[in-house]
Ligand binder design. Structure first.
Ligand SMILES: Nc1ncnc2c1ncn2[C@@H]1O[C@H](COP(=O)(O)OP(=O)(O)OP(=O)(O)O)[C@@H](O)[C@H]1O
Ligand code: SF4
Ligand SMILES: [Mg+2]
Length: 356
């Protein structure tokens, strides 16, 4: 069933969100992202795609109050409508203080790891080094409200789904230091699923793994969404929503409902996944698609050497179109006037003077 992804049903709504970190050596702010607005509906999977350094991880972390660098969010607002929880609303204002993120961190604390989950980029360092994998999985499932009798069953299901247990051996008794990078990566995803959250932010869960494992992980994300993998959900709760972060646009088909394209800390386009390649896209989205096609769907799009120019340095982000230096369609207006991302009621939009 296609989710109702209209903005008034949003489970998460971000409005004009901006974040930066103050660099003492330079005496200036480095902008992670600016004026980002979007929503995610219940039971909706939204992809966030863009090159390395575009701000995807910082945006994902900020939604969970986990932006560690300096003051963090300085403008905009965030609203959460999670099941069985009070509405949570936060707004951010630049006040020069050092603890701008504190109310968000405190406000989200009761729902983090329960209604909101995270699969972090760089898995190994994110696991608790003092507890075995089995204990971490068990505690996570208990915290998520999984009935005690079900915990061993779901643990077994998750461990075998991610090839972490066989008849002869399970990694449940091991500590994180004894895991390979690939195992730690899969444990991190299994823990994200074990939380049984309403919203799961998954940051590059398929990066750095070979094709068969990538296919397996994608299959499990689909199963988690359907409710056939992970802890049982009460019938009154919607299926989980996800923000799926990747630099591979070709992974979006079959998993996401909508795609957001990020570049230099700005959202340049939002579209329904079914429209991928079927509508006029932002020139940057087109480049990402071309590169994915050239690589036959196996692209690791870490940079775009085919396009002359580089991503703007975010100490001094352009006030006009951020993609102008690399865009073959750029004209005088593009270098003077910032194209706004106007998202229509169906949840689609392009920030480009030449594409609508
Ligand atoms: N403490 C910091 N000070 C200055 N710049 C930082 C700091 N932390 C991160 N950055 C920069 O912020 C930018 C956005 O980083 P982020 O990790 O969000 O990018 P990303 O899109 O997730 O990239 P990747 O695909 O490589 O994971 C990058 O250019 C990064 O180098
Ligand atoms: S606004 Fe101009 S420079 Fe920017 S992407 Fe569109 S055509 Fe290119
Ligand atoms: Mg990242």
């Amino acid at each position: 069933m296609t989710p109702d992804n209209s903005v008034d049903k949003a489970l998460l709504r971000a409005n004009g969100l901006s974040a930066s970190v103050y660099n003492r050596n330079r005496g200036r702010e480095f902008h992670f992202f600016r004026n980002v607005s979007f929503h995610i509906a219940p039971d909706e999977v939204v992809g966030l795609v863009g090159e390395s350094g575009s701000g995807k991880t910082r945006l994902g972390l900020s939604l969970l109050g986990l932006l560690r660098e300096g003051p963090g969010l300085y403008a905009g607002s965030l609203s959460y409508r999670l099941s069985d929880a009070e509405p949570l609303d936060f707004s951010f204002q630049h006040n020069g203080g050092k603890k701008r993120g504190e109310p968000l961190r405190k406000g989200l604390a009761p729902v983090l790891g329960k209604r909101i989950g995270l699969v972090m980029q760089g898995a190994k360092s994110a696991l608790n080094p003092y507890q075995t994998i089995g204990t971490q999985l068990k505690d996570t499932l208990a915290l998520a409200g999984c009935p005690g009798t079900q915990i061993p069953v779901v643990m077994e299901q998750l461990l075998s789904a991610f090839s972490l247990a066989s008849r002869s051996a399970s990694i449940a008794h091991r500590y994180p230091f004894a895991l390979s990078g690939g195992q730690a990566h899969r444990v991190m995803i299994a823990l994200g699923f074990a939380m049984g959250p309403d919203l799961l932010v998954a940051d590059e869960p398929t990066t750095g793994v070979d094709s068969p494992i990538q296919a397996l992980i994608l299959q499990h994300f689909k199963a988690f969404r359907k409710g056939t993998l992970g802890p049982p959900r009460h019938a009154s709760r919607p299926r989980p929503s996800m923000l799926f972060i990747t630099h591979q646009i070709d992974l979006m088909k079959g998993l996401t409902d909508r795609v957001m394209v990020m570049y230099a800390g700005e959202l340049l386009e939002v579209f329904h996944t079914s429209q991928l390649g079927q509508r006029p896209h932002h020139p940057y989205t087109e480049r990402l698609m071309e590169i994915a096609n050239e690589a036959g769907g196996r692209a690791a799009v870490h940079s775009i050497p085919q396009i002359p120019g580089r991503m703007p340095v975010m100490y001094d982000p352009p006030e006009a179109c951020v993609f102008a230096d690399r865009c073959s369609l750029a004209n005088e207006r593009c270098r003077k006037e910032k194209p706004e991302l106007v998202v229509d009621p169906q949840g689609q939009g392009v920030a480009c003077h030449e594409r609508h």
